[in-house]
Design a protein around this ligand. Structure first.
Ligand code: ATP
Ligand code: MG
Ligand code: ZN
Length: 284
C-alpha cells in the first residue's frame, strides 16, 4: 500500500499556497522579480508553519527552467527534483542531527562549486540554533563572503538561540502561528479534496490540537482518516486524544449544581479511569 503522508502531499508548491505568511511571501516574490534575492535568510517561527516549504518554493522559483520567476511551474525537471528532494543544487541539512564542524566544513568545501544544473545553489539549514559554537563560526565565515551562486536559508524554531552575529548577516523573517480558523479552513480544503468525511466540529477539535502547526493538524487528520470507517466525528477525535469532551463537563457541573455529589464523584472516577468520557466507546 502506498500512502504519502498528507502533510507531505499538501506541501505548498507555489508562493500562493503558503497560508498566513503574507509579508514573507510578498517580500520573497518581489526579490525574485527584481533580481534582489539575498544570499542569506533566516526563517524563524513555530514548527509546522511553512519555513521549509517556503525555502523550497524560493529554490524552485530561482531554478525553474522558466525562471527565475515568482511563479515556478512545478512541472519542469528542476521543480520536480526540488519537490522530491533529489535536486543536486538544493540541499537540506538538519543541524539538530549534524551539529558539528565537520558537516559545516564539508558544506564549505562544496559551497564554492558551481550549481550542477540550476542557476543557484540553495542550502537549507534546519534548526540552525543547534550548531556548536565552532560550527556557527564556520557558518559565519561563509555568510561573510557568500559565493554569487549561493543562497542560504537558515531555519529555526528558536531564534533567541541564534548568535546575533549570524542574525545580522541575514534577512530575517518571522513566521506566524496560524489561527484556529485558518487551520480549520486548510483542513477543510484538504479533507474535501481527499474525500475524507469529517464533521465541522471535529475539524475545530483537530485544529485546536494542532496547536498552531499545520503539520501537526494535518498529521492528526491523516491518522484519524486511516482508522475511521465512516466519517470522523468530534467525539472520535476526543476519544483518540483521550481528552474530556464538553458533555462530561456539563454533566459534572449539573451534578454539582444539583448537589448530586455521588453522581459527580462517579463521573470523576470514570474520567480518571481511562482519560475517556462517559460516552460509549466506539466499537473497535
Ligand atoms: N504556511 C503554510 N501554508 C500551508 N501549508 C503549510 C504551511 N506551513 C506548513 N504547512 C503544512 O505543513 C507541512 C510542514 O511544513 P514545513 O515543513 O514547511 O514547516 P516548518 O515551519 O519547516 O516546520 P519545522 O520547524 O518543524 O521544520 C507542509 O508540508 C504543509 O503541508
Ligand atoms: Mg522545517
Ligand atoms: Zn519549474
Amino acid at each position: 500500500m502506498k500512502h504519502t503522508t498528507l502533510y507531505r502531499k499538501w506541501r505548498p508548491r507555489r508562493f500562493g499556497g503558503i497560508v498566513g505568511q503574507e509579508p514573507v511571501v510578498r517580500t520573497l516574490r518581489r526579490a525574485i522579480e527584481t533580481d534582489r534575492v539575498s544570499h542569506a535568510y533566516l526563517f524563524s517561527g513555530p514548527r509546522g508553519t511553512g519555513k521549509t516549504s517556503t525555502a523550497k518554493v524560493l529554490a524552485m522559483g530561482l531554478n525553474c527552467e522558466k525562471g527565475p520567476t515568482p511563479e515556478p511551474d512545478g512541472t519542469c525537471e528542476s521543480c520536480r527534483a526540488i519537490m522530491n528532494n533529489s535536486s543536486m543544487d538544493v540541499l537540506e541539512m538538519d543541524a539538530a542531527s549534524n551539529r558539528g564542524i565537520d558537516e559545516i566544513r564539508d558544506l564549505r568545501d562544496r559551497v564554492n562549486l558551481a550549481p550542477v544544473s540550476g542557476r543557484m545553489k540553495v542550502y537549507i539549514i534546519d534548526e540552525v540554533h543547534m550548531l556548536t559554537a565552532e560550527a556557527f563560526n564556520a557558518l559565519l565565515k561563509m555568510l561573510e563572503e557568500p559565493p554569487e551562486h549561493v543562497v542560504f536559508v537558515l531555519a529555526t524554531t528558536e531564534k533567541h538561540k541564534v548568535l546575533p552575529t549570524i542574525i545580522s548577516r541575514c534577512q530575517s523573517f518571522d513566521f506566524r502561528r496560524p489561527s484556529i480558523e485558518t487551520l480549520v479552513e486548510k483542513l477543510k480544503e484538504i479533507s474535501e479534496a481527499e474525500g475524507i468525511e469529517v464533521e465541522p466540529e471535529a475539524l475545530t477539535v483537530i485544529a485546536r490540537e494542532g496547536r498552531g502547526s499545520f503539520r501537526d493538524a494535518e498529521g492528526l487528520l491523516d491518522q484519524l482518516s486511516s482508522f475511521a470507517e465512516g466519517g470522523i466525528t468530534a467525539s472520535m477525535v476526543r476519544e483518540l486524544l483521550g481528552g474530556v469532551g464538553p458533555e462530561a463537563l456539563t454533566e459534572t457541573t449539573y451534578a454539582l449544581y444539583e448537589r448530586r455529589t455521588a453522581d459527580a464523584l462517579r463521573i470523576l472516577d470514570r474520567l480518571s479511569g481511562g482519560g475517556s468520557t462517559s460516552r460509549p466507546s466506539r466499537a473497535a
